[in-house]
Design a protein around this ligand. Structure first.
Ligand SMILES: Cc1ncc(COP(=O)(O)O)c(C=O)c1O
Length: 376
């Protein structure tokens, strides 16, 4: 049986989520903006899901705006703030997902000064560098992810938000990888904006959300409809929204159990990987997502090892799914100060609900075999 170890790329649709979605795929089809009873019933389903999502992150339902996923939520946050609020620089963590990095970089063409914030060797924000950047000239927005998709490293967003607020800046948090894996509290983190995505937590693909404080002024990415209080026009994907809501509700009730199971498996795997010759665990020694292990084996190329593991029935990643195939080593590992050859060796294992101790032990046995057989 092939084993899927790529849950940070995406997860399987939970059958209970599919069950919640089915009536909205096969039954009621009305436009939620229609005023008749059919429309009102679709609207009610959307608002129930909004409450479920709000419960996942401890915010009010009216703070939730549906988007097509994490990428759109990040773009809406960064471009939306930049368009609505002139002046001030935009800062982003050097290990952000491309959906933040490239959205931020695109703001240069709109005349915004944009800067990356350095991280240390473990992937944590470089606090003195960040403080100096905040002090040097006005900052409008700081974007920092809660948890990294490659290493799983968890950032102290609360501290960053406090510093950002003292400097008069807003705080955006990409919580796409954190949601459903670790507790998430919008207010406690000090976030002004937060991005979420359904398919990372056993919900359907193509649906996400941006959570924002009511006071934050935001311009929409596109125009043409009054949906989502004018922030995201277009007829809503009711079934996907219902699915995201159901997945969020399951994440709330199963979070502790999922995290405990994942961390036991991950720690078992990490102990075994540490025994392999030339192994480097990226982000070792700092708080990480319970399901994620990124490591490198000296002299091995991550993508070649990935293909060998694939032939042996294991689906892993060599970095982020979006970056693989690009031929460039992970920008995350480069930002952490690893040389290119070490960054090229990276393999990411991201565990999920269906993985077992047996999966881990079989994977370790195959990894040992491949290493004993020589360089890939
Ligand atoms: C940290 C992070 N942000 C944003 C995204 C983009 O989310 P989506 O695939 O829903 O567009 C991802 C997806 O891998 C991610 O890991």
């Amino acid at each position: 049986m092939p084993v899927y170890f790529d849950h940070n790329a995406t997860t399987r649709l939970d059958p209970r989520v599919l069950e919640a979605m089915m009536p909205y795929l096969t039954g009621p089809y009305a436009n939620p903006s229609s005023l008749h009873r059919f429309g009102r019933s679709a609207r009610d389903a959307i608002e129930r899901a909004r409450q479920q999502l709000a419960d996942l992150v401890g915010c009010q339902p009216q703070q939730v705006t549906w988007t097509s996923g994490g990428t759109e939520a990040n773009n809406l946050a960064l471009k939306g703030v930049a368009d609505a609020q002139p002046g001030g620089r935009v800062l982003y963590g050097a290990t952000e997902h491309p959906a933040v990095m490239e959205a931020a970089e695109s703001l240069r063409s709109r005349g915004r000064a944009v800067e990356a914030i350095a991280v240390d060797h473990q992937g944590l924000l470089d606090w003195p560098a960040f403080a100096a950047q905040l002090a040097s000239s006005p900052v409008r927005l700081v974007a920092l992810m809660r948890a990294n998709n490659e290493t799983g490293v968890i950032q102290d967003v609360t501290r960053a938000a406090q510093m950002a607020h003292e400097a008069g800046a807003l705080m955006h948090v990409d919580a796409v990888q954190a949601a459903g894996k670790i507790p998430l509290d919008f207010s406690a983190l000090g976030a002004d904006l937060m991005s979420l995505s359904s398919h990372k937590l056993y919900g359907p693909k193509g649906i996400g959300a941006l959570v924002k404080r009511a006071e934050v002024d935001l311009s929409p990415l596109h125009h043409g409809g009054a949906q989502e209080r004018g922030l995201r026009g277009g007829t809503e994907n009711v079934a996907a929204i219902v699915g995201f809501g159901a997945a969020a509700a399951l994440a709330v009730s199963e979070l502790a159990m999922r995290a405990e199971c994942a961390s036991q498996l991950r720690d078992r795997l990490e102990r075994a990987v540490q025994q392999l010759p030339g192994a480097t665990i990226f982000g070792a020694g700092v708080e990480r997502l319970p399901n994620t292990l990124q490591f490198g084996l000296a002299g091995y190329e991550g993508e070649a090892l990935l293909m060998q593991l694939d032939r042996r029935g294991f689906g892993v990643s060599s970095g982020s799914a979006c970056a693989s195939g690009k031929g460039e080593p992970s920008h995350v590992l480069l930002a952490m100060g690893y040389p290119r050859d070490v960054a090229y060796s990276a393999i990411r294992v991201s565990l999920g609900r269906d993985n077992t101790v047996d999966d881990i032990d079989r994977f370790v046995a195959v990894l040992r075999e491949l290493v004993a057989a020589g360089k890939s």
